[in-house]
Design a binder for this molecule. Sequence first.
Ligand code: BTN
Length: 269
Amino acid sequence: MAPIDSKEIQKGLQSKTLGRWISYFKTTTSTNDEAVRRAQEGGQEGEIFIADIQTAGRGRLHRVWESPKGKNLALSFLLRPSLSPASATLLTLAAGAAVFEAVWGFLPEPIRSTLKIKWPNDVTLEGKKIAGILTEMASEGGRVDWVVVGIGIDVNAEPSDFSPEVRQIATSLRTVTGTEYNRNLVASRLIDSFEHHYRTLNEKGPEDLIRFCEKHSYLKGRRVSAEENGKQVIGTVLGLDPRGSLQVKTDDGTICNIIVGDVNPLERS
Ligand code: BTN
């Protein structure tokens, strides 16, 4: 399996800002740890931190992110956007859109049509998770100081590489296609695509991104169970509001905007 090679990744890039600096780690606790450390030391917009092995990869809500050695992609972006802290969800969605495009390009039909963005931070294939995003940030005086967007994509992992619990809910490019992929190429496509969505968001606002995420949404139109302010909400997903919150219409006609939390469909796909 080809090792991660930052020069190879950069050779494949068209991006202008994201990926100009790539720091590679054979082993680290978490690429988000590396990116956060650099952010606190004054690191610059667009720096990327990538690792072959994460010993303490983490996900949302303090979950463990399993990274089988040398098989998948684990990378984090350091960003310094001029967005309000309340718009941070949009960066997670921009990363989701970028993962979607990068992975889509490697899939044959008809599997392609099963690729979906699952609000707020997952990408799914054939109903199973193929990628996750962990966004962390620091703000001061109502302004974002830095944002770290960490992305994990299951590229070449096989079911036996995961724990029994994760095996039930996760998949990989290799599992569904039977082919092994060059992770450097997947990373280059991901970085280029993220730059496109990030730039559009900064320069034109969230409309294009919202439309893209709604078009490829795993949840839109489905009946779901969600949690809002500690209260369970059951209803049908209408789409996203301009801040990237999930809009759910409950049976009494109330529209709830879900800002954070887990949302699960009530029926199978
Ligand atoms: C989730 O599914 O809850 C998010 C998973 C995010 C995993 C990525 S892998 C690269 C970066 N480093 C981490 O420790 N987490 C993110």
